[in-house]
Design a protein. Sequence first.
Length: 164
Amino acid sequence: MGISVDVYGKMRVWENIRGFEIEERNRILSGKKLETDEWSMWATSEEEIEAEHRDQLTRSIDQAEEISKELSELGIDVEYVVTSFYTNLRRGFWLHNYYIEEVKQDNSGYIYQTYEHEKSSDYKREVYSDLKEAITNILSYYHYLSDNPKSADEVIRAKWDILV
């Protein structure tokens, strides 16, 4: 038994939206400016271009959530299926020398896989069931740094909730 063309199409749309979200996350975290020629058709200032882009991203994420809900009603966890195959579509960020990657579990929550120095199987470290716990543990390794974030909540605001 295969999947219908409609279901496959919805999964591909979800995949494309997640790719857009990941690109935007990476752009913001790297501090790069938006390529204005791509978004300047109607907007006249950088602020308008950024707002237009942000609005498009928000609409796209809302659409992905709708697709996820529809497919869930069919027993398909689209995030699990797509991110299991395309691991580059998993959310994550660097914190000091550690990469924290969100890994969706089949029809349930998430685990947070950490990597030290490089995101590859050779550098896998601890797995956590809670993002705050992963961050708190990594911050404890660097307690001596004066510019170390003070709490996991501070890191989450700066590196995780950047699209909210």
